[in-house]
Design a protein. Sequence first.
Length: 252
Amino acid sequence: MAEKETPKNLPFSFEAERAVLAAMLHDSDAMLAGLEVLREVDNLAKRDKADSQSKKRKGFEGTTLFFHTPYQHIFDLIVHLEEQGVKPNFVSLLEAANKRKLLDQIGGSSAIMEVIEAAATGSEVIHFADIVKEKFLLRRLIYSTNTVLDRAFEDSEDATAILEDAESALHEIADSRHRGAFVRIGDMLEPVQQALLEAFERKGVVTGVQTHFTMLDEMTSGLQRTDLIILAARPSMGKTALALNMVENIAS
């Protein structure tokens, strides 16, 4: 079978890619927030590219987090500098690009300055980062789907193996999409303070519904409205009896 052509209109947002880099370079808090959203999927993209190269498959733009190659290089430099404890700015980026021989691929010092001077605010960094992440996951979905189609058309593998790989790829994409991102400490303090206040007013550690299994209530602070409780054990170990006892204790 002839090799399929790479899709011409892969999803990406040039504006969001530039804006997230600009926001990260303008504000140190924005840089940390942007890295929190993007670092994990960037590692996923790099792993995809390494797998593609090791299997001698033809790679395409979807194997990088940033579709625009110069922006991917700038992002890599930001990550590198942050890991080294160096503040990313025009001078440090230029020096790092020269050391890695990436300046020509980026488009010269003017390309770095263009990103730095782009209009962007730190408060919008998560919005832009989510767009970049979403477009990458869509490209990765296209890449994964095309790989499955190619293997199915070749008819040289067991269908079960292809299905298992397809399920694994889709699960990985879905997991990456819904994983939690950066949360400000101030947003987390309010519910914790509320829980502590309720515990104080109750004169105990239980803030939820008591099961009257003392050790369990102490560990969980009772059953909470937002909790999903799953009882898991081998057959005939007493799961149903335990659940019924909890219901009876709560109702009494």
